[in-house]
Ligand binder design. Structure first.
Ligand code: GLA
Length: 733
């Protein structure tokens, strides 16, 4: 370990001591190297929140406490001051609807600080937990609620966490969207009153709204300047983010499960644990906040988050449901010959009585359709081995279709309300299994376990979920706990995923859900990567991937080269452009390679080889966003830089095409100003190299002015296209 690193570790290991010391003084300072959360936990008093954001020194803290700075309740309960927005609300066994929570104690355990609150009259308890991730400057907070009352207590609010921001010109950056338009960015000043961002899909948190937000405290959001707080609710079920701007010194932020229509009946002795809210802060703009989330994502929240991902071909847009053994083999050989490392067979391979030829039947019956695959899955894994690629398979284990043998046997296994008809979704046929039911949990476990045990050569699973939970109802929950159905679904699924991961720790699993419906830190811990969107149109992907990058790292961002015209938008973009956009994430392909010309195949072969050179930079490097597509400047640009600053990959994509357009020169970022970088273009299609090909520049010069990007490619007239793009690799000696 070098000296710098050793000192850093020494400093970090001292942090809990500082927190312990402060707690004895009834000041709780929960901190990471770059951030501070300051609370005051006086016994038998309200827990006070003073600050979250910039790192505070001991002197700063003393001065804040001595100055009688303003504070706010750190987990406001409902009932006694009914005018304020609250974090927790309960109806006691005797019908009393008030809570009066005061501090009972503070404990430290490693990187976790727990503050216990208790009601002044009732045996009602809340534990607020704060866990620090020092290297990533992240603090995770969650609460545990319990009681010792005689009967049940009904929780009608149960936030995961709360922070207050200083009132000012505060803006929020939220993501919103729908199928094929996930991760769309909206940046607005925080309005007065309450702004609610919530989800009611039940199963796909990102279809409508996303559970993450950034707050820029110094006016319009900036990439490299200004105080920014980032927050990600780690929960894939129904969630709610509430921002209250109430004409006070503060802007209040609450996040947690969406409690609407979900009062929780808490038994005596039971502990209700909320999902975690993760927060981070930087005084240097949104870029830093994203990099914190990305490091945290790679180190703690994605499976195998620091292991390079394979280049793959997925069969979906190539053949859709028309799975045939010969064609699967041909696709394997093609991706192998292009330099790819993995072939994934998508939907359409299963079903006996109800062969899966369409999206309205067969889900639930995970038996091979031998009319399509006479040699079964073993035939495919053997063929993949022969072709020299790994093999992956699509499943949608949480779902069934009304036309399935499983449904015929077990109509009692689905999400359903008494006396109501089914509410099928996709294909007017699809319904979710009720994962509150342990038997359904076993079904899901068995689907995955059987595949992986029977076919140990399956290296990758694409785990899909294409339905909402459109009707409220569980066939196993008791009458008084029907309101728990979404919560119990996620508990059941989490347990099942734990079982799967315990037995199959190495398999790579992609989280897919009608495209990017489940890109959420509450779901990702069991998954290696996420399918960003079913929209593979390169131009729209520039936007979708941009928004997604606010919180989620490129290593998990499934990003595929698809055919032209694009299947979602009908747009024709060049193979070069489609490839250059896909190379900014986890590169893959999503087409039938046999439809490509030899020249296209050759171009792709070179591109994949080039991608392998920049793969560690893209997948493990730090992201610097340079020019946003949402700013409509005609082009978008970002780059990845390795932590040692020796290598970088620069991406530039036009987002509109006009003649004689005056394009902004994009200054680079994240480089070492004193290092000298040699610049090379990769995936080049131009007849002549860029004027600076092979030349060397200091990081300072590149970050001051950037490099000029020709608006069009210099190619033969027949090959000219509108949307030009460039990928550069920068290498320092
Ligand atoms: C969803 C996924 C797609 C594909 C299909 C298969 O839409 O997002 O990528 O797997 O299901 O039915």
């Amino acid at each position: 370990m070098d000296l710098k690193l050793a000192l850093r570790y020494a400093a970090l290991s001292a942090m809990p001591l500082l927190a312990t010391f402060c707690a004895q003084a009834e000041t709780v300072h929960i901190s990471t190297p770059g951030t501070s959360l300051l609370l005051k936990a006086d016994k038998d008093k309200e827990l006070r929140f003073y600050h979250y954001g910039e790192k505070l020194s001991d002197t700063d803290i003393k001065s804040i406490m001595a100055s009688k700075a303003s504070w706010v309740n750190a987990y406001a309960p409902y009932g006694i001051n009914t005018r304020r927005e609250t974090a927790v609300a309960a109806t006691h066994t005797d019908g009393n609807m008030t809570l009066d929570l005061v501090v009972d104690g503070v404990e430290h355990d490693g990187n976790t600080t727990t503050i216990s609150l208790k009601d002044t009259h009732y045996p009602f308890f809340v534990k607020l937990n704060y866990r620090t991730y020092p290297d990533e400057d992240i603090i995770e907070m969650w609460s545990e609620i319990s009681h010792g009352e005689k009967g049940t207590v009904t929780l009608s609010e149960y936030a995961s966490g709360y922070i207050a921001l200083p009132y000012g010109d505060v803006w929020s950056s939220n993501l919103y969207g729908e199928w094929a338009k996930e991760g769309w960015l909206e940046e607005l000043p925080v309005p007065h009153g309450v702004k609610v961002v919530k989800n009611r899909d039940g199963l796909r948190p990102n279809h409508a709204a996303h559970g993450e937000v950034m707050f820029s405290l110094d006016g319009k959001p900036q990439e490299n300047a200004g105080r920014v707080v980032g927050a990600a609710l780690c929960y894939p079920g129904n969630f709610k983010l509430r921002t209250l701007n109430d004409n006070s010194n503060w802007i209040h932020f609450f996040a947690g499960i969406n409690e609407e229509h979900a009062p929780y009946i808490l038994e005596k002795g039971e502990t209700f644990t909320t999902p975690a809210l993760a927060v981070t802060y930087s005084g240097n703009g949104m870029g830093d906040v994203s990099r914190n989330f990305h490091r945290w994502g790679r180190n703690y929240k994605l499976a195998h988050g620091n292991k390079l991902r394979d280049v793959l071909l997925n069969s979906w847009e190539g053949v859709y449901f028309d799975i045939k053994e010969d064609e699967m083999k041909q696709m394997m050989q093609d991706i192998a010959s292009l330099g790819g490392e993995l072939f994934v067979m998508d939907d359409g391979w299963f079903g006996n009585k109800y062969p899966r030829n369409n999206n309205n039947l067969g889900l639930g019956d995970w038996v091979v359709d031998t009319s399509k695959l006479p040699n079964g899955i073993k035939g495919l894994t053997d063929a993949a081995k022969k072709a020299g690629v790994k093999f992956g398979i699509w499943i949608e284990p949480e779902m069934l279709d009304e036309k399935s043998e499983l449904y015929e046997k077990h109509p009692d296994y689905i999400i359903k309300a008494q006396h109501r008809a089914n509410m099928p979704g996709r294909g007017k046929a699809q319904i979710a299994l009720d994962l509150a039911n342990p038997k359904c949990q076993d079904i899901v476990f068995t689907i995955v376990d059987t595949l992986l045990t029977k076919y140990p050569d399956i290296a990758y699973i694409k785990w899909d979920a294409n339905n909402a939970m459109p009707i409220h109802g569980s066939q196993v929950l008791p009458a008084n706990k029907q309101s728990h159905n979404n919560i119990e679904y996620w508990r059941g699924l989490s347990k099942t995923l734990d079982r799967i991961r315990e037995k199959h720790p190495d398999v790579v699993i992609q989280a897919c859900s009608s495209g990017g419906g489940r890109v959420n830190y509450g779901f990702l811990p069991w998954f290696d990567e996420y399918w960003t969107s079913d929209n593979t149109d390169a131009l729209q992907r520039v936007y979708i991937q941009w928004g997604t990058s606010y919180f989620f790292p490129a290593i998990g961002m499934g990003s595929h080269i698809s055919a032209a015209p694009n299947h979602q938008t009908g747009r024709r973009t060049s193979l070069k452009y489609r490839t250059d956009v896909a190379m900014a994430g986890r590169l893959g392909m999503e087409l039938q390679p046999k439809d490509m010309t030899d020249a296209e195949k050759e171009q792709t072969r070179r591109a994949i080889a080039d991608y392998k050179v920049i793969r560690p930079v893209v997948q493990l490097g730090d992201l610097y966003r340079l020019q946003s597509p949402f700013d409509k400047k005609g082009a978008a640009s970002l780059m990845y830089v390795t932590p040692d600053k020796k290598q970088a990959a620069f991406f530039w994509w036009k987002t509109e095409s006009m003649a004689a357009e005056q394009l902004h020169k994009v200054p680079m970022n994240g480089l070492d100003p004193d290092k000298i970088y040699t610049v090379r273009e990769i995936n080049r299609i131009d007849n002549k190299p860029l004027q600076y090909e092979g030349q060397a520049f200091t990081g300072r010069a590149l970050m001051a002015n950037g490099l000029p990007m020709p608006a069009f490619h210099s190619v033969d007239k027949a090959d000219a296209t509108d949307f030009s793009s460039r990928v550069l690799i920068l290498e320092a000696k």
